[in-house]
Design a protein around this ligand. Structure first.
Ligand SMILES: [Mg+2]
Length: 424
């Protein structure tokens, strides 16, 4: 349940058309005699105080409280001027989003988590009639690190509500990787909006709870529940018992069938293979029939029983109940095969998943994955992932041998990608 919503300002609520950057540049010239003195600096996702310190360092100026204060006082004055000249625009959907939050039966606390100094934030929001919407905030005057600002905002929200507010009750809305990172640093969820700094694929690669092109048209219920489902593990056993197993196509995945028939250079030698999340064991059977000693694992006891019965005629298959994310491997395997498992686990446990794969595959062994790719998060499972996220996560442990678009079941066409990795 989201009790606190914290908004970033620039690129999330408003786009000032560079008013802040111009005010910084003019301050460098007017207050410190450094024309062009901020030209090489990157502003995106940064806090004002960290930018001032970088400016002082760049120009061998003393990093004193006096210099920081002098810079920021001049900056605030010039920012006001710049905003009057060009105030920019409110980001799409922001006004409606704030109105919907206010209209909730139990409105969440709506605050700011921003790299702006307090007075800069007030000036920017006032220029767009948004100053009244926020009842608490953490600003660059409080700390120069955005992650620390997240912790400060959490503390202030706890004071406001008169109880400790947990990270998962907080939704941070922002437009850069720095916003996602600071949300994660306090265990909060991030709704990433591609209306400012980073593109949608860049944002998605850093696992926000939800990423959208803009807030326009996003129902407030969807916004407030972003990622809330992530921490709720699916009750797989109940689904098997209810025979609600729509993901089970009754046969091995076409991508695996093609791989086992078309790549003797990898498969001719056979070996042992682990298939975590094997369900009723169709893929395990395909590996066994290709000459492997195949081990299927599933979290749901009913799946394991059904798989064992179904494939009882094969001598080179074993099925075992196991929590792949937590249990130690029964052996180090030559191969590990995955299909519909990575996309089925709560994305907050993806680090555990990567660790497990690395533990279960022996050095020099192979990990073959048929991953489900989606450009956008939606209510999972399956949960979306991107090629970039997958390569970033697995590369430290595995060398990517090849990846390709496989043949898929009709309903999954174009959404799957095969990755063949070798354990380092
Ligand atoms: Mg921003």
């Amino acid at each position: 349940m989201t009790r606190v919503v914290l908004f970033d300002i620039d690129g999330t609520l408003i786009r000032t058309g560079g008013a802040g950057v111009r005010a910084f540049a003019r301050t460098a010239e007017i207050a410190f005699g450094k024309p062009g003195g901020t030209r090489t600096m990157r502003f995106h996702g940064r806090t004002d105080t960290s930018l001032v310190r970088e400016f002082l360092r760049l120009h061998d100026l003393a990093d004193t409280a006096d210099n920081v204060d002098r810079f920021l006082a001049t900056y605030a004055f010039l920012l006001d001027e710049e905003l009057e000249r060009q105030r920019g625009e409110t980001c799409p959907g922001v006004t409606e989003c704030l109105a919907q939050l206010r209209a909730r039966p139990e409105p969440p606390v709506v605050g700011l988590l921003t790299g702006n100094i307090r007075v800069g934030a007030a000036l920017k929001l006032a220029a767009h009639g948004l100053a009244e919407d926020f009842t608490l905030g953490a600003f660059a005057d409080d700390h120069e690190s955005r992650n620390e600002l997240a912790a400060i905002a959490q503390r202030r929200a706890s004071e406001r509500l008169g109880r400790a507010v947990a990270g998962h009750e907080i939704l941070v809305i922002g437009d850069t990787l720095a916003d996602i990172e600071c949300a994660h640093s306090i265990g909060a969820r991030c709704l990433a909006v591609a209306t400012g700094g980073d593109s949608l694929p860049e944002l998605l690669a850093h696992s926000p709870a939800l990423a959208v092109d803009s807030l326009a048209g996003l129902p407030v219920e969807r916004m407030l529940s972003a990622g809330a489902h992530w921490e709720r593990p699916t009750d797989w056993e109940a689904l098997y018992q209810a025979r609600d197993t729509r993901w089970d196509k009754g046969e091995p995945t076409p991508a695996l069938v093609d791989f086992l028939h078309g790549h003797p250079e990898f498969t001719a030698r056979g070996g042992t293979v682990a298939v975590p999340g094997c369900g009723r064991g169709h893929d395990v059977r395909a590996w066994a029939e290709a000459g492997f000693e195949a081990h299927g694992f599933d979290f749901a006891p009913t799946a394991v029983v059904e798989a064992s019965e179904r494939h009882a005629g094969l001598t080179n298959v074993r099925f075992c109940q196991s929590d792949f994310l937590a249990d130690p491997p029964p052996a180090a395997f030559d191969w590990l095969f995955e299909h519909t498992l990575f996309c089925a686990i709560p994305p907050g446990r993806r680090d555990d998943y990567v660790r497990s794969v690395a533990r279960w595959v022996k050095s020099g062994g192979h990990y073959l994955a048929v991953n489900y790719l989606q450009p956008q998060d939606h209510f999972g499972p399956p949960f979306g992932a991107t090629v970039k996220e997958l390569t970033t996560r697995f590369s430290p442990h595995f060398e990517l041998v090849k990846h390709w678009v496989p043949r898929s079941f009709p309903s999954r066409e174009g959404r799957e990608r095969c990755f063949l990795w070798r354990r380092r």
